[in-house]
Write a protein that binds this ligand. Structure first.
Ligand code: GAL
Length: 417
């Protein structure tokens, strides 16, 4: 159905400027409510509105999107799917398997998505070789954010490049009266922190064996053991108010100079920017300690659900078309903290964090150190991820939970491969 529409709409959108296309409504499920996230969504709404389409927010609050996915499941099972939803990683294929997603091949071939997207990204968008989703960006997860003034006052001359330097810096920041590490104690954030630490401890091959291949000897081996020990040591540098804290509240602690560091994906940069801060000035972005040669990525992706009705399908098709547009991807990612998913996008307007991200994405895609983020839903099935996340979070929250027992829980996921 979308196929027929696509031909008409694309000819119109690409060649005639869509003058005659009637408007429709798109209901989009997302969870982008923080300052930087909301500003990015405004771009999207404006682009749709400029063509007369109405954007209907279907917001499910909760950073990381876990709540959103639960609500999405209820809606789709009730036969009332939204036009689009931000879904990522293997969940895209899990949804496609249920035969509820729209086939976007006609648009993809007309707009040459295979040529304008890196293969690693295009592959995530497909189910059995067919496009069912649209990527808007690449977020890097293995970043360490720092408040420049706090570091200076604590006598830390540069962001730490390895874990020893991190602990040394954290000690100095603590001694100077600041919270060394701003952490949001929610399971997905515990896992995000752990992912970056484990990558710093064990490197890309270990990460891949453990968190992509779910190899039991990596899941319960010496590198994982060391990662858990480091994780526990890091906890001593967080404050006692961290349980339950939202990620952007933690970022705000760095922005306001209450804390020195935060480990978080580069959606955090969106918050610094909204606060009027600039990288290299008030804050720094650097690879999480020990991970400069690796890159864990997240692709924010919109999956399109099958809809009834011509108008609704048309608006949905237009959304897919817009999301892949060069202009839109530039504007959106300048606010979101990420880089465009499309190849060959001019990065002149982007800051140094984005330029580093883009360079490292390209470099690591050649060395094998470009890694799907396990914490942010990119690497393994949602079932396997839930078990890993729970084990990591339980270990973080309860000092009585032993390294040994946690290794056993992690390794149990191997059966979900
Ligand atoms: C991630 C998402 C990002 C970011 C973050 C915090 O799952 O990929 O776009 O918004 O959650 O909500």
């Amino acid at each position: 159905m979308l196929k027929a529409f696509c031909h008409g709409m694309l000819a119109c959108a690409g060649v005639l400027g869509c003058a005659g296309v009637a408007a429709g409504e798109v209901e989009v499920l997302h969870f982008w409510t923080s300052g930087g996230e909301a500003k990015s969504v405004v771009e999207l709404k404006a682009t749709m509105a400029a063509r007369g389409h109405t954007w209907k927010d279907f917001i499910v609050v909760g950073g990381g999107g876990q709540n959103a996915m639960a609500v999405l499941r209820q809606r789709v099972l009730a036969g009332n799917a939204p036009a689009a939803a931000t879904i990522k990683g293997p969940a895209i294929q899990e949804w496609a398997e249920l035969n509820v997603l729209t086939n976007l091949d006609a648009m993809a071939s007309f707009e040459k998505w295979d040529e304008v997207l890196p293969k690693v990204i295009a592959d995530h968008m497909k189910y059995k070789g067919h496009y069912v989703a649209v990527p808007v960006n690449v977020h890097r997860v293995n970043w360490l954010w720092a408040n420049t003034a706090v570091l200076e006052k604590a006598g830390v001359s540069a962001p730490p490049s390895n874990l020893d330097e991190f602990f040394a810096a954290a000690e100095k920041i603590k001694a100077a009266g600041y919270i060394p590490l701003a952490h949001g104690g929610q399971p997905w954030q515990d896992f995000t922190l752990f992912e970056s630490l484990a990558l710093g401890v064990g490197g890309a091959d270990f990460y891949k064996n453990a968190f992509v291949k779910l190899n039991p000897s990596a899941l319960a081996g010496s590198e994982m053991r060391k990662s858990l020990e480091i994780f526990r040591r890091v906890k001593a540098y967080t404050d006692d108010q961290s349980p339950g804290r939202d990620w952007n509240v933690a970022t705000d602690m760095v922005i306001k100079g209450k804390a020195g560091f935060q480990f978080m994906g580069d959606w955090a940069k969106g918050e610094f920017l909204v606060a009027g801060q600039q990288p290299g000035r008030e804050f720094t972005c650097s690879a999480a300690p020990g991970t400069a040669n690796a890159y864990s990525y997240v692709l924010d992706t919109f999956a399109m659900f099958q809809l009834k009705g011509w108008e609704a399908q048309k608006a949905q098709g237009y959304l897919a078309y817009v999301l892949m547009g060069q202009d839109f991807q530039e504007k959106f990612n300048l606010r979101k903290g990420s880089i465009p998913a499309r190849l060959h996008t001019n990065l002149d307007k982007f800051d140094d964090c984005a330029k580093t991200s883009s360079r490292d994405f390209a470099a690591t895609s050649k060395t094998g150190a470009l890694l799907p983020s396990v914490a942010i839903d990119m690497a393994v099935s949602s079932a396997a991820q839930a078990v890993l996340r729970a084990a990591v979070s339980d270990f973080w929250n309860h000092d009585r939970v032993s390294v040994h027992d946690t290794l056993v829980k992690l390794a149990s996921v191997a059966k979900l491969r």
